[in-house]
Ligand binder design. Structure first.
Ligand SMILES: Cc1ncc(COP(=O)(O)O)c(C=O)c1O
Length: 349
């Protein structure tokens, strides 16, 4: 292994012959309505730091019990996560992450001078006894269901347990729900409590990742206010044209999301079945668009697959899961099948 791999090695890398199971960005187009609304758009001035009120009202209408004042519109879920961590914690506070985790969580925690506290999972599901043991020492718990990189969805019983435990201990619960609309195996469970911060985004459900539009909301208005204070002196308002497009997305009939989910489910079935047929050990994805099979020497595998077979995958090391490799199935069925064929050729060598 001579080359140090990082997400930057692959982000934006493409070409007609490359099959990319790398980046987690949907290939499906956004709803056409989001482009129609900007044809005559003329606004160019700074916008309100917490976000345009009409968008915040539309988001509140989708989340019973909340008003627009509970919302901050951000540069993707990424900024919402950063603002939340900065708003709630002071240096050296511990933030609980379940392993495997989204690859930005650990750097985000560390860059904010905080410390990750890792909780185990069993087949991608949070290990409740490990959680119970470690939760007392943390400032906040960050959960992500459906998960990137496992595609697993936490059970309702687990979510209720975490909800109660964090409420009883007065611990902030940050719920990264960017894949909440992309669940195949069960209905969603909406967490509720005084110190829950929910993070979401238009990147995945509406395929609008490059527009950088996300949001956070919480009943705890002190966290919302602190997030706005930080944003005032950092990124200021989120792109107002993206907010206009997001507003149009909130008005799109729910059928749009249902159609997306049926495409994702078919792809999930193709890759899951294909990887099993190649003899790989993996957990069945229940949501999102990732799968994390066991593959030995995962970094070497990723390098070889890229250099020799023109297939991009991400090593489990980035997600706290060495010995596994993440495949994003955000590409059409034909390409998934072609990628599986190349993988089969590699595994036969
Ligand atoms: C779990 C998770 N959270 C947050 C993000 C960042 O999303 P956004 O594009 O909204 O910043 C991603 C992107 O892949 C993700 O997988």
């Amino acid at each position: 292994m001579t080359e140090k791999l990082s997400p930057a090695t692959f982000i934006g890398v493409g070409g007609s012959d490359i099959i990319s199971f790398g980046s987690g960005q949907p290939d499906l187009p956004p709803p056409h309505e989001v482009f129609e609304c900007i044809k005559d758009y003329k606004c160019f001035k700074y916008g309100p730091i917490p976000g345009q009120q009409n968008l915040r009202e539309a988001l509140a209408a989708q989340n019973p019990g909340f008003s627009f004042e509970n919302f901050v519109v951000t540069n993707g879920a990424s900024e919402a996560l950063d603002l939340t961590l900065r708003a709630i914690a002071k240096p050296k506070d511990k933030i609980m992450l379940h392993v495997p985790y989204y690859y930005s969580y650990k750097p985000l925690v560390e860059m904010n001078h905080l410390e990750p506290s890792f909780v185990n999972t069993v087949e991608g599901k949070i290990d409740i006894s490990d959680f119970e043991e470690k939760v007392h020492s943390v400032k906040a718990v960050l959960i992500n269901s459906p998960s990137n990189p496992t595609g697993r969805v936490q059970g309702v019983k687990t979510l209720k347990f975490i909800e109660k435990m964090t409420r009883d201990l007065d611990i902030t619960l940050i719920s990264d729900e960017v894949y909440k609309d992309l669940i195949y195996e069960r209905e969603n469970y909406a967490l509720s409590g005084p110190h829950i911060v929910t993070v979401n985004s238009f990147s995945k459900t509406f395929s609008m990742c490059g527009l950088r539009i996300g949001y956070l909301f919480s009943n705890d208005l002190s966290i919302v206010k602190k997030a706005v204070d930080i944003k005032t002196h950092t990124s200021m308002n989120t792109s107002i044209i993206s907010q206009e497009m997001a507003l149009a997305a909130t008005r799109v009939p729910h059928k749009f999301v249902e159609q997306q989910v049926s495409v994702w489910r078919e792809r999930r079935d193709t890759i899951y079945r294909g990887l099993l047929d190649l003899g790989l050990e993996l957990w069945k994805p229940e949501g999102a668009f990732y799968v994390l099979p066991k593959i030995e020497n995962s970094e070497q595998f990723v390098l070889d697959m890229f250099k020799k077979h023109k297939v991009i995958t991400y090593p489990g090391e980035w997600f706290g899961a060495p010995g596994r490799v993440r495949f994003s199935y955000a590409l059409d069925k034909e390409k998934i099948e072609q990628g599986l064929k190349r993988l089969g050729e590699y595994l036969k060598l």
